[in-house]
Structure formats: C-alpha cells, structure tokens
Design a protein around this ligand. Structure first.
Ligand code: G6P
Length: 619
C-alpha cells in the first residue's frame, strides 16, 4: 500500500516528508525512501523495513533541502530491498520519481529503453517511467512536457510525483486511472503533495484532488492543473473539515461511497507484494502449504457469512477452474450444525472482513476439531480468525467502515484468485506459460475497475428512475450468479428494497411468475460462454413487460435494443469478471439508497461485525 509525500517551500523537506510517511504507516509497507534536492543535486536515501530504519540512514547521512519526495513501498515487481525501494533516479541522476501503480507494459518498455542505452539499477516497473522521462527530457528539456509524454507511453493506473534537479523549484504530479489518489495541499508559501490526506493534514486543510488523467505542476507559490493532454483545468479547493470522521471521509459523502471508489487502489494493494509479474509467479508462502499437502487435498470447504459468503461462491468457480479441487461453500451458521464431512485431507478456508464474525469462527473451530487444514482470508490484521488459522491471506484493503461491505468483497475475490493460482501451481496443474498469462490478467484488473469507476454510466439518473420500486430481481449465470446475489444483497441492505438474486436459468421454474411492468430486473449479460443464454432471459423478461437494466460489455450495441437501460463495463477475463461486474451493482444500490434518504453507512438493524450468535445488531 504505497504512500506518497512531497514538499516544496521554505522549510527543511526531510522531516516533513518522514512525518507524512509515518502518518501513512497504517497502510503497510516493506521499504521506504526519500529524495531531496541538496545544493542543486538529487540525494536519495532508502532502506527496507520500518521507517525507523530510514530514519537511521538519514541520521548517519543527513540530507538538507527545501524540496523533496518520499515513498513507502509494498513490493510488486522485485523483492523488497534498498535497490528496489523508491525513489528511482534516471541514468544521470537528474530526474527522480515515486510511483503508485503497476506499469502493465513494463517488460516491453524496459527492453526498448535498455536497447537505447538506459541502465536499470532495480527490478521495478517504476524505473521504466523515470528513464522514459529522461529520454523525452533529452528531446524537449521541459520536465512537465517530458512527464506528459512518458505517461502517455505507460499502460495501467498510476499516481506519480517527479522531481528534477534541472528545474529544482517544482514537483510534477499526475494521476492516471484509479490506482491511487493524488492530493495537492496548499500552505502559506509552501505546498504539499500526497497519496492520502492524513499525510499532510497537520500542515493544511486546503486540498485539491486530482482526477483521472490530470497533472499538477507544484511550486511553493501554488499549483497549475492541466489534463494529460495539456489543457488547463480549474480545480476546486476543498477545505477538509476539522472533525475526524468528516476528515476521514474526505471528498465523499459516505464511507461506503469512498470505499466503492477506493477499489481500484485497494485491489492494487491486495495484489502488491504477492505477484512477481516478470517471473510470472505468485508468492503466498505465508500459508505454509507444501506441494505434497496440496496434491493430497481431496476437497475444500469455504465458510463465511453475508457478503463474504457470496465472495466464497465466486471463489468456488475460480478454485475449481485453476486448482481442480472440488469446493463446497457453506454459511458459517450452517456448517457447524450439520456434521460436515471433513478430515485431514480437507482444506477449509474461512473468509471474513472483520475476522470476528462468530458464526464463521464457530465453523472454523468445527473444521479444526475434525483435523482440517485451516486457512483464512481476512482484512483485519491480528483478528480472531487470523489468529486461529494455520495460514492467513490478508485482504490488504484498508479499514472498511461502511456496514455494507464493498472493497472487502473485491479484495477477497482477488485473494481467492491468488490462492487458486498458488494451489494450481503446487498441484502441478499450471505451467509457466499459463501462469504468466493468468498473472498478466491480474495486472490489468485495477485499471479495468478504475475504468468502471471513472466512466459516464449515469447511476444518479438510473436511481432517480427506480428508487420508488419495492422489488428488484437480479439475474446472472455461472461465475456471475453470485454477483447477482451480492448485487441484490447490497440493494436490500442499504435501501430496504426487497431484492432477490437468481441463477438466470432458474427463471422459468418460478420467478418468471413475478414479472410484470412493475418488476425491474438487473441482468448481468457481459460477454462470456453463457452470454447468449442471458440475452434470451432478457427477451423473456421483456416479453412479459418487465423492466431490464442490463450489465453488458462495451461494444455490445445489440443489447441496447433489448434492454431498457445498459450499463457498460470493459471486457474482462472471465475468471476476474465478478470483480469488475460487481462495481456497477454497488453503485446502483448506493445511489438508490441515497435517493431514498437512507442511512447508507449504518443501515437499520445491521452491524459491521456480528460477534454474537442468533442476534442482530443492538438497536
Ligand atoms: C455482517 C455485515 C455484512 C458482512 C457479514 C460478514 O452481517 O453487516 O456486511 O458481510 O457480517 O462479515 P465478515 O466480517 O465476517 O466478512
């Protein structure tokens, strides 16, 4: 979970940057570094581990200057070591960069740049960006222009801050897609840049948030904002309120909204440090399963509650496809009471955002008692579920505050994909070439989610049209059937509209009786092997005067003639499609609930974490 801090002004940059990075420590990292311009030269200090290690390096070898950038890193490409820590410099030591994101085309760029004589000193994808800036700087000698050109060459979603000793009075910051935010803070004769507000809140409450494909050139006098294409943009300065809850919500009205929009970044964070894209390798050593053990598993159970149980249903498809272990999914509350067939050749996986849900914990105890190998996918570090497991895969999604779970759902899907790849490899089912393809699919995922979050689908208009309905049906098939369940759950949890998710093929066996002109049907009809069948379901709903909101793949114009509304999503590899497809359903539920005036973050009768059996939340 990379953190970014930048400073330009009259004060010493180093302590401001280090303090700012400390305020982002909660996001987690494996190394840290900073660069300051001292006497016209770029000085870089980096180290692995905690920030105190970087502080020791700085105490032994101090740097002084009034402009600088700092970064905390979670490894994606290349192991955590000082060489791979940010900032990264170009060949001449004149340009330096910090970065959050994954350069999807970094292999080809690295080849091109190496061929042109650039020398790489790290294994990171980030280093390609600084060499690109160097290359374009040689042609135009304008830092802003060179950054612009470099960013147009890289694929994926990114936040970057660049500094050059040739123009020692400015920082160039940019955001591409939704891999992470860029906040520009306005002080008195000094300016700040950060990935997250807490890093700079002690210095200023006047902030500007960069949108997708926007850049800022920041000097101590202020900042100029442009699009990536160079068009000037007028940005509104947002004053962060003093109370801590509003401050934590930032520019969003609700935590749930913030958490939905955070997903491109939280997914990047979930992947971070677990995938070596260059070698095509998944690193999940923390679950301690040997190849022999993995080959001996006869079956797997996934136990969970609520949204996590729907994540588990998606996981069944992914794990059966990639690791070829038969998977059964059960609610925590059911598993413990049915004497499940579990033995020491059974793998039991618990999924829980909080790691404290009592029904899930009880199911885990039952599994343990029967001798199963016990893993968990958990968001809250050190929670009960994490402590009682043989191995834990953390979601790395950051704190989830909205009661209705959103970013934990997508993070747990990504974790299950990683687990499936790991098990598939251990069981000898995925060769190197296939593994490379599968991890490449993952590399593109944050950007696809970012596209959905940044697109122009008009959820507010849809909400205005549908918010008075009292029933909704959600239909999906295959791996997107659980997404229909989750879409319906989101709507009922926060808007109190009755909503049901159904496998589309079951329509004819009952639910079709419900269809008339008052029944909105949300149909997940993205392009995959069951697409034609979904289209035929849509036709059947329309033939009975139902209202259809279709979720379809960009470019599918034909569906617009059949459905009343179409929400488009980018084409996505099938096993990862639930991660992308659930996002519009979260947004639809959110905007409908807001329109109905509901308490989105704390819906009635629900609690974030249910730690007692058989009772709901306290009133
Ligand atoms: C509660 C929450 C749900 C959540 C479920 C499971 O019911 O309201 O949003 O999905 O618990 O929580 P867990 O923390 O175990 O994922």
């Amino acid at each position: 979970m990379c953190g970014i801090v930048g400073y330009v002004g009259p004060r010493e940059a180093t302590p401001i940057i280090v303090e700012g990075l400390k305020r982002l420590e909660y996001r987690g990292y494996d190394s840290a570094g900073l660069a300051v311009i001292q006497d016209g030269r770029i000085e870089v200090r980096r180290d692995v581990g905690k920030l105190t290690n970087l502080e020791k390096v700085l105490a032994e070898s101090p740097v002084h200057g009034n402009i600088g950038i700092g970064h905390t890193r979670w490894a994606t490409h290349g192991a955590p070591c000082p060489r791979n820590a940010h900032p990264h410099v170009d060949c001449r030591g004149e340009v330096v960069i910090i970065h959050n994101g994954i350069v999807e085309n970094f292999l080809s760029l690295r080849k091109e740049l190496t061929g042109e004589g650039h020398r790489f000193t790290s294994e990171t994808d980030t280093e390609t960006i600084v060499h690109l800036v160097e290359k374009y700087l040689a042609e135009s000698s304008d830092l802003e222009e060179a950054v612009r050109r470099a960013l147009k060459r890289i694929k994926g979603a990114h936040a970057v801050v660049v500094m050059s000793s040739r123009e020692p009075d400015r920082l160039v910051a940019a955001r591409l897609g939704n891999a992470g935010g860029v906040v520009v803070g306005f002080g008195e004769g000094e300016m700040f840049v950060a990935s997250d507000m807490p890093a700079i809140l002690e210095h200023t409450r006047e902030m500007v948030f960069l949108e997708d494909r926007q850049m800022a050139v920041v000097t101590r006098e202020g900042a100029e904002f442009t699009t990536l294409d160079g068009q000037p943009v007028v940005k509104e300065v947002y004053t962060v309120p003093w109370d801590p809850v509003s401050a934590a919500k930032g520019e969003y009205k609700h935590f749930m909204q913030k958490e939905i929009y955070e997903q491109a970044r939280s997914i990047t964070d979930t992947i971070r440090g677990r995938v070596d894209f260059e070698a095509g390798r998944v690193c999940l050593d923390e679950i301690y399963i040997t190849p022999d053990e993995a080959k001996a598993f006869e079956r797997m159970f996934i136990v969970a509650c609520g949204t996590s149980a729907y994540a588990a249903l998606v996981g069944k498809f992914i794990i059966e496809a990639l690791a070829r272990i038969p998977v059964e999914v059960d609610y925590g509350s059911e598993f413990r009471y049915r004497d499940p067939l579990v033995n020491e050749r059974t793998l039991v996986l618990a999924i829980s955002q909080s790691g404290e849900t009592v029904d899930t914990l009880a199911a885990m105890e039952e599994a343990r008692r029967k001798g199963a190998k016990l893993l968990s996918i958990v968001n809250v570090i050190g929670s009960q579920a994490a402590r009682m497991s043989d191995g834990v895969i953390y979601m790395q999604a950051g704190p989830e505050i909205g009661v209705a779970s959103t970013k934990a759902f997508t993070a747990s899907l990504v974790d299950q994909y990683l687990l499936a790849l790991h098990l598939g490899k251990l069981r000898g089912l995925i060769d190197a070439a296939r593994m490379k393809e599968l991890v490449e699919d993952l590399a593109g995922l944050p950007n696809l989610v970012g596209q959905v979050l940044g697109d122009s689908n008009n959820y507010e208009a849809l909400a205005a049209e549908y918010f008075k309905r009292e029933n909704f049906l959600y239909l999906g098939r295959g791996i997107n059937y659980p997404v229909a369940l989750e879409g319906a759950l989101k709507l009922k949890e926060i808007s109190y509209i009755h909503a049901e998710g159904y496998p589309a093929g079951e329509m004819k066996h009952g639910p079709i009786a419900l269809i008339d002109e008052n029944m909105p049907v949300v149909a997940i009809a993205t392009r995959d092997r069951v697409y034609e069948k979904m289209v035929s379901q849509i036709e059947q709903v329309k033939a009975r005067d139902g209202l259809v909101i279709a979720l379809a793949t960009e470019g599918d114009d034909a569906i617009a003639d059949k459905a009343d509304h179409v929400i488009y999503v980018p084409p996505t590899p099938p096993l990862l499609s639930p991660v992308v497809n659930v996002v519009p359903l979260q947004l639809l539920a959110y905007f409908i609930a807001v329109r109905r005036g509901c308490d989105v973050d704390q819906p009635r009768n629900l609690a974030k974490s249910v730690t007692v059996e058989g009772r709901g939340a306290p009133p």
